[in-house]
Design a protein around this ligand. Structure first.
Ligand SMILES: NC(=O)C1=CN([C@@H]2O[C@H](COP(=O)(O)OP(=O)(O)OC[C@H]3O[C@@H](n4cnc5c(N)ncnc54)[C@H](OP(=O)(O)O)[C@@H]3O)[C@@H](O)[C@H]2O)[C@@H](O)CC1
Ligand SMILES: Nc1ncnc2c1ncn2[C@@H]1O[C@H](COP(=O)(O)OP(=O)(O)O)[C@@H](O)[C@H]1O
Ligand SMILES: [Mg+2]
Length: 281
């Protein structure tokens, strides 16, 4: 296949940039993480914390009212804006100057949330990562894909991918369908699985890091936070996706000999992220 690249340490090293000595939180990028609903605020906490740990300078979570105290308590470094509604998001109102937005985790898909997503997509020009219910809503409203800013990053697991592009009969057909989809809508697709593939138009990166320890609730939410955090630090969307996936997998590779596969949870991805970055120093 044309432009098929094994995503290993050499490829990651070509893309990582040092953090300038004289930077400050204002130049490290401001991210907004939009998502959550009653019972699923944890997904936003994981994503927002991962985003900070990936180096973003400022992170604001946009959650329904029920998420206010939860996010403030679980991740005090994160600022919080709340929707007018208690249990789910009904609009995405903010006056922030943002460098990247991650949207969709734990958000649900009811009619209010879909409306909020539609109005948000109509207005938004900030670089974006879309995950989980954000993707499921796009699958239900495929014409909205036209509204995405160019090179928006989509992070479907295989079931979410099937909802977006339809079923496939073979691995090669899956990759071809993702490539066509990427060309049609000018999006970067992170097709999450074991292994994960990053696809942008004709380019396909097959990730070499990660293991079964990542098969745990919230590990995708953490990936969205990492990629959004990199996007906010001036990485182009493809590089943010490539580096984010590599580092996310690396956390599990570093952790495996220390704590094994069973006990590793999504918060451990966040805990090991520093060590993963150090492998690229
Ligand atoms: N703490 C929190 O707040 C958390 C909140 N979360 C939030 O919950 C919401 C629902 O997210 P979700 O991914 O569980 O729902 P959904 O898309 O229906 O997928 C489920 C079905 O899809 C399949 N499937 C999944 N992965 C697959 C794979 N790799 N490869 C193949 N198939 C795969 C699998 O189907 P099966 O294989 O069982 O047939 C499974 O039954 C979402 O908003 C998310 O952000 C979570 O992040 C958890 C932590
Ligand atoms: N067996 C595995 N080997 C490698 N990576 C895995 C494995 N199982 C899951 N992952 C990774 O974990 C993440 C799961 O994402 P997702 O299904 O969205 O989780 P959640 O929605 O619970 O946050 C993906 O990045 C996927 O590649
Ligand atoms: Mg997910």
């Amino acid at each position: 296949m044309e432009n098929y690249i094994l995503l290993d340490k050499t490829v990651a090293l070509q893309r990582i940039k040092p953090i300038p000595e004289n930077t400050h939180k204002g130049t490290q990028g401001h991210v907004m993480i939009v998502g959550g609903s009653y019972g699923k605020i944890g997904s936003v906490c994981l994503s927002a914390k991962a985003c900070l740990k990936a180096g973003a300078g400022l992170v604001t979570a946009y959650v329904p009212k029920c998420g206010y105290e939860i996010v403030q308590t679980v991740v005090p470094e994160v600022m919080v804006l709340t929707d007018d509604y208690t249990d789910h998001i009904t609009s995405v109102n903010h006056k922030l100057t943002l460098n990247a937005i991650g949207i969709g985790m734990g958000m649900g898909q009811n009619a209010d949330v879909q409306q909020a997503m539609f109005h948000f997509l109509k207005m938004n020009t900030v670089p974006m990562v879309i995950d989980a219910d954000g993707l499921n809503i796009l699958s239900e409203n495929k014409e909205w894909l036209e509204m995405l800013p160019k090179q928006t990053v989509l992070t479907p697991h295989l079931k979410e991918l099937e909802r977006l592009i339809g079923a496939w009969n073979s691995h090669s057909e899956m990759l071809e369908k993702v490539q066509s989809f990427s060309v049609a809508f000018n999006v970067v697709v992170i097709a999450k699985g074991a292994p994960t593939f990053i696809v942008y138009k004709t380019s396909v990166f097959e990730n070499t890091t990660g293991n079964q320890a990542l098969a745990t609730a919230g590990s995708g939410d953490v990936l969205t936070g990492i990629v959004t955090g990199l996007l906010a630090q001036q990485y182009n969307p493809l590089d943010a996706a490539v580096l984010g996936v590599y580092l996310h997998g690396m956390t599990a590779d570093i952790a495996a000999p220390e704590i094994g596969y069973h006990a590793f949870i999504a918060s451990d991805i966040i805990n090991y992220l520093g060590k993963a970055f150090l492998t690229l120093e």
